[in-house]
Design a protein around this ligand. Sequence first.
Ligand code: FES
Length: 179
Amino acid sequence: MNLDRVNQIINGYGADRAVSLAVLQDIQREYNYLPREALELAAGRLDMPLGEIYRMATFFTAFSLQPKGEYVCKVCLGTACHVRGGARILEAVERELDIKAGQTTSDGKFSLEAVRCVGACALGPIVMVNEEPHAYMTPDKASKLIVQLAAGKVERVEAPPAPRSARAPIDLSSVPPAG
Ligand code: FES
C-alpha cells in the first residue's frame, strides 16, 4: 500500500499526538476506511502506542477498519427522518442493492449504513452519499438514486448546503480512558 498520502496528511498537521484525531479523520476521508498500515505509520510518527490509535479508531462510529464501497450511502433514521418514512427508504435501498445496512456490495461499489440525525432535519428524509446530502427522499427517489449512481450519472435531487454537523469535528473528550 502506498502510504505517501498518510505522510502528507501528518506533515500537514505536524507530527504531534495532539492532532491524532484530525489525522485519523483525514485518513478515513482519503481511503474511505482506516487501513492497518496507515494506522501503524500514524502511531509511529505521532509517537503513540498502536493500541491507543486503535482505541480511537474503534470508539467513533465515523471510523471504519473495513474497506468501504466507492459510494457510502447513509440513510438517516433519526426522529425527523423516521417519521417521514426513513425506514421505508432504507428498505428500498436495501432491496435495490440486495444488501442490508452495515454491508458492502460484493463489487465494492456501495456500502449501506443506517445513521441517526445528520443535522439537516428540515430537508429530511435524507440520504447521504459520501459527503453529499440528498434531500426530501422517497423510496422511489432513493431507488432511482442508486440506479443512477450505479450507472455513473447522478442527478442532484436538491442542492442544500452540506449539514454542518455531518462534518463537525469529533469531540475527543468523550473517548474513555485507556485500560
Ligand atoms: S433526523 Fe434525519 S437529518 Fe435529522
